[in-house]
Write a protein that binds this ligand. Structure first.
Ligand code: DX5
Ligand code: ZN
Length: 555
């Protein structure tokens, strides 16, 4: 089974948008802590939890207890996306008589715990876990707790109880976002090593300082520590928790409060404040403009691909792009599924496999079995029926589906059948066959045209720019509408992959800021531009934003 990566990513984006819609309409609520746990909840509701939205009280369902109940918009959005109620109900958030209150309660289908008073959810979950054991039920209990919440003594009492009763049917996820109510946790009540100095938001990036896992270990828990925004790490940790017998598990998920919206990120102000309705469309656009970087390992040492995967993963790549060439569809040969199977254990980072092979329908199963998470096949070697077959095979194995076109090729007419469900489209910007070629300039215009067409066809997936993408053109590719960027020679071909990826990210961030500023200007002129820029209080974002606005003569 694949990670179902894009499926989850799209649902996480939908849920975040609903959080913004709900809190903006209500004029209050908690977006910060809803966003820090967005990927965690996305994985839970899309991958792990057993439930039936039409029968919310199904006896054998798994239970998800949101102990940090103030993040209810995050929970409600996921319940809406999962089908427990209509998405439009989010507009009733916090309204008198609504099922969706500021803190979850049982009125709302899918809610397992009336959160709000912090510190209680874990005790409640221990009761559930003990009851399941007595009743000889196999369902699992997942509990989301906050780091601010961990100031409550009852959390630690239940930590002792969980361990005493060896509750291996219980998994806690700690949303470690370092912010509580109106300040950083380490100032209010440190959970980690004492942080000295003022630049707190920088300091906790150093993982060596994270000590909260040791506290839980000393209480006898199985502790897993992850980046709580990485879908693959969440899945790996939950799977490992589910396999652990004889002790309860806790996943310490390092997260960012307000994650995905730059002005909310790491800013305590966004714990419990709703966005201004004028700003909401900008946030929506920002959520549509998240980007991913996919180093292509064939640009490295082909005799040591293991090392190339390691370099990409050390460089914090979002995907590993695997170019499979068969010497038939393209003149070159690279590697096949056997090699991918060997590379798979090296990292949990999604494998984004680009099949440049003849008759992909005959071989796709091998690539699923090799552990690929995203598989893209070429339109030139498919027709509606064979692509349909590939599509079904990938979907039923939770592998994301991509379609690629060569520089000379247009989208096939049968794209209409699949457009709304496709995950990824690669618009090749070089003639496929090898890395290190020059970007074909006409691809910009072609991508823009395709993006427009696909929007009308209700495509919600991602455009991947592949071939000759480097620091000089990655911004233009972003403006064209690409959101995933393959880098062969410009990333893997560089001495320091981590620096190369960081530079790509910097460029893309800059491009996104530019796009958002011009959107702000078109929506509300200089006033809105200034208003939006002023929201960026933490770190050095504001300087860059002001510079961009000045260059565009918007301020
Ligand atoms: C070309 C491949 C690309 C290529 C990327 O056939 O699909 O992924 O290797 O490498 P650069 O970025 O060097 O073009
Ligand atoms: Zn490729």
């Amino acid at each position: 089974m694949g990670l179902n990566y894009y499926y989850i990513l799209k649902r996480v984006r939908q849920a975040r948008k609903l959080v913004i819609k709900g809190t903006t309409t209500a004029g209050s609520g908690h977006p910060g802590g809803s966003f820090s746990m967005a990927e965690i909840l996305g994985c839970m509701y899309s991958k792990f939890l057993k439930y039936d939205p039409k029968n919310p009280l199904l006896p054998d369902r798994d239970r998800l207890v949101l102990s940090k109940g103030h993040a209810s918009p995050g929970l409600f959005s996921n319940l809406a996306v999962a089908g427990f109620f209509d998405k439009s109900e989010i507009d009733t958030l916090r309204k008198f008589g609504s099922r969706l209150q500021g803190h979850p309660d049982f009125k709302c289908p899918g809610v397992e715990f009336c959160g709000g008073s912090l510190g209680l959810g874990l005790s409640f979950s221990i009761g559930m876990a003990l009851a399941a054991r007595i009743d000889e039920k196999n369902h699992h209990i997942y509990t989301i707790i906050g780091d601010g919440e961990s100031d409550e003594g009852q959390v630690w009492e239940s930590a002792m109880a969980g361990s005493k009763f060896k509750l291996d049917n219980l998994t806690v996820l700690l949303d470690r976002n370092f912010i509580q109510q109106d300040d950083y946790t380490e100032r209010v009540m440190p959970l980690d090593e004492e942080l000295v100095g003022d630049d707190i938001s920088e300091m906790w990036k150093n993982a060596a300082r994270w000590k909260v896992g040791d506290k839980w270990r000393s209480f006898g828990w199985n502790v897993l520590e992850i980046d709580g925004h990485r879908i693959e790490q969440i899945q790996k940790a939950v799977n490992s928790a589910l396999q652990t017998k004889g002790t309860p598990s806790i996943i310490v998920a390092r997260t960012i409060k307000g994650k995905s919206v730059e002005h909310m990120e790491d800013n305590p102000k966004w714990h419990g404040v709703a966005p201004n309705p004028q700003i909401a469309p900008l946030i929506d656009l920002e959520l549509d403009c998240q980007f991913l970087i996919a180093p292509s390992i064939i640009a490295g040492d082909m005799t040591n691909l293991e090392n190339e995967v390691k370099r990409a993963s050390h460089g914090r790549a979002d995907f590993i792009h695997l170019d499979v060439m068969d010497g038939q569809f393209v003149p070159n040969k690279t590697f096949d599924h056997e090699k991918i199977k060997q590379l798979r254990p090296i990292t949990s980072i999604p494998f984004d496999t680009h099949l440049m092979i003849h008759e992909p329908v005959k071989h796709v199963k091998d690539y699923i079995d090799a552990g690929c998470d995203i598989i893209t096949v070429h339109a030139e070697v498919c027709n509606e029926s064979s692509f349909g077959e590939i599509y079904d095979m990938l979907r039923s194995n939770e592998v994301s589906v991509g379609l690629a076109i060569n520089p000379e090729t247009e989208l096939p007419p049968w794209i209409e059948t699949f457009a709304s469900d496709l995950d990824q489209i690669i618009v090749m910007s070089v003639v496929p066959g090898k890395s290190g070629q020059k970007y074909i300039e006409s691809t910009h215009e072609k991508t823009q045209r395709i993006v427009k067409f696909l929007a009308e066809a209700k495509f919600e997936g991602f455009i991947e720019a592949d071939g000759g993408v480097d620091l000089s053109n990655v911004e233009s590719c972003f403006f064209d509408g690409a959101r995933v960027f393959v880098g062969g020679s410009a990333i893997i071909g560089q001495k320091d992959v981590r620096i190369a990826i960081a530079e790509f990210r910097k460029k893309l961030m800059h491009a996104r800021r530019k796009l958002l500023i011009s959107k702000a200007h078109s929506l509300g002129g200089t006033e809105l531009v200034n208003k939006w820029i002023d929201l960026h209080e933490v770190g050095k974002k504001k300087t860059d934003l002001l510079q961009i606005a000045k260059e565009a003569s918007f301020v």
